[in-house]
Design a protein around this ligand. Structure first.
Ligand code: ADP
Length: 489
């Protein structure tokens, strides 16, 4: 199959968050399965190109015309990369904004990306299916089913649209409709209008052939008011076309057998190396390493409301009455940074924090800690629990989104299960859950079983890529005209 990805960021070219990892790993996994995959991205500052393939596209944006180029980058792992090259729009310090906030012309910038992706299909490479990501690519299905609905070249191309985090919607004032050249008819309940504003994500949800999100549980959650970020009704209206497919972990980077950042490699067969990693972790955080039997809870996270550290703050004093140490790595909202700093000051031998984004240190924590704590308020998929499972670092998490789908509660009766989780978004529930984990930790054999169960799980991209292929095929079938004269537009 020929698959075209449209996204606003992807490694190895650009990254602000998890989207970039997915749009690197999934095309690679599909290519390994024998599919032909291309990715179209904006050309941001520093992105190197191999050649220009279209020197001047004509892109209408409201009353103006823009003339960006299309360029080709180097192929990586069999995946071809193409760029929308418009320096005025994309050769900037940040991807979506700078220190003063979001760029004022984001509506135009990403409308241009969607239009350019469709023109790219017409002129350069016609795929069997398009896979668009997040609000930045959400206008692709809107345009294909409206302004391009009578274009015989592209009107039957199916579109799969993935929501990685429903909280990010691409909201703009009503005047944006004119600025991007969309007709007023599309500014209504059945279009992009959303409480008086333009909502790009809503357009993607309504006009795509199939929708996916990054875990089955999150697919259910976003249909509820609690998790739907006010779009739950819109999602429910398309529930029959919504599928949850987990993101995979990249085990070539995240495996204790081969990790180059950790003190000693280890595997499920012999966990001696994990002890060395724990000692090294404590030393790195300048915590006394003589008491190696004391469990270490690790945290690697953005420090933002989503991640649930207000629950930890609520019960931290109670928790620290247990024989336990906490090491945390992260940065973000000042209140959480201060909370962890105060905790470290208050318990200098048992709590430490590094306020930073530090990949090697993240590896050291995932390898050296005994547990990884992820109390998220919501978590579309989550990666740290997948890494924890692989490294015998038992996840203790809130049962939400991908955390719930990938962690099985340990059942002492059957010996099955890979971690500990709690349902209620509540400090006491978190405390009770950590205590259950600490109790299990005291029984070496039980703990070893939980570790082995987790290390045996496979959350690589292989299974997920296969699930996407099944969906691409369904999307293709959904656009085949049913009988003469009943062509779906
Ligand atoms: P989210 O995408 O919401 O931040 P995920 O669990 O899906 O959460 O992915 C987070 C990724 O970012 C993980 O790979 C995690 O190791 C990494 N990460 C988060 N914070 C830091 C940090 N401060 N330093 C290094 N890596 C981090």
């Amino acid at each position: 199959m020929k698959i075209l990805f449209v996204a606003s960021e992807a490694l190895p070219y650009s990254k602000t968050g998890g989207l970039a990892d997915v749009v690197e790993a999934l095309p690679k996994a599909l290519s390994e399965m024998g599919h032909e995959v291309a990715v179209i991205l904006p050309r941001y500052r520093g992105n190197k190109i191999a050649s220009t393939i279209v020197s001047s596209l004509t892109i209408p944006l409201g009353d103006t015309l823009r003339f960006p180029a299309l360029a080709e980058g180097a192929a990586v792992a069999g995946v071809r990369y193409y760029f929308l090259d418009d320096p005025e729009f994309f050769d900037r310090d940040g991807l979506y904004g700078n220190k003063s906030g979001e760029y004022a012309d984001n509506a135009e910038r990403f409308a241009e990306l969607s239009r350019a992706a469709i023109e790219f299909m017409k002129r350069v490479w016609l795929p069997d299916v398009m896979h668009c990501h997040e609000w930045q690519a959400a206008l692709v299905p809107v345009l294909l089913r409206t302004q391009y609905a009578n274009d015989p070249n592209v009107r039957s191309i199916p579109v799969v649209f993935t929501i990685h985090n429903i909280a990010y919607q691409g909201l703009f004032p009503p005047a944006a409709m004119r600025r991007i050249g969309l007709p007023d008819e599309l500014f209504g309940m059945d279009g992009l209008e959303f409480f008086g504003n333009v909502n790009y994500l809503k357009g993607g949800i309504l006009f795509a052939d199939y929708l996916t999100t990054v875990s089955r549980r999150y697919a259910k959650e976003i249909q509820t008011p609690e998790y739907g970020a006010v779009l739950d009704g819109v999602i429910r209206s398309r529930a029959d076309r919504l599928v949850g497919i987990l993101n995979g972990a990249d085990y070539s980077i995240w495996s204790p057998e081969a990790d180059t950042h950790i003190a000693q490699n280890y595997s499920v067969h012999n966990l001696d190396g994990k002890k060395a990693c724990k000692k090294n972790l404590l030393e790195t955080f300048r915590l006394p390493a003589e008491n190696m039997d004391r469990p270490v809870i690790g945290i690697v996270s953005r420090f933002v409301n989503q991640k649930g550290f207000d629950l930890l703050a609520e019960v931290a004093n109670e928790l620290m009455k247990e024989n336990v140490a906490i090491v945390a790595l992260g940065s973000g909202q000042p209140e959480y940074e201060s909370f962890f700093q105060a905790l470290a000051e208050h318990f200098p031998t048992r709590a430490a924090v590094r306020i930073a984004y530090d990949e090697p240190l993240a590896h050291k924590i995932i390898a050296g800690a005994d547990m990884i704590l992820i109390p998220s308020r919501y978590e579309p998929c989550g990666l740290t629990q997948l890494y924890g499972l692989r490294y015998g670092t038992v996840p203790v998490a809130r049962a939400t989104g991908g955390l719930d789908d990938t962690i099985q509660y340990y059942d002492s009766k059957t010996g099955h299960g890979t971690g500990f989780k709690f349902d209620e978004y509540d400090g006491k529930a978190l405390l009770q859950c950590v205590r259950a984990a600490l109790k299990a930790f005291k029984e070496a054999k039980v703990w070893r079983t939980i570790q082995s169960n987790g290390m045996a799980k496979d959350f690589s991209w292989k299974a997920s890529a296969a699930a996407y292929v099944t969906l691409y095929e369904a999307a293709k079938r959904s656009r085949i005209p049913r009988g003469v004269g009943s062509s779906k537009t």
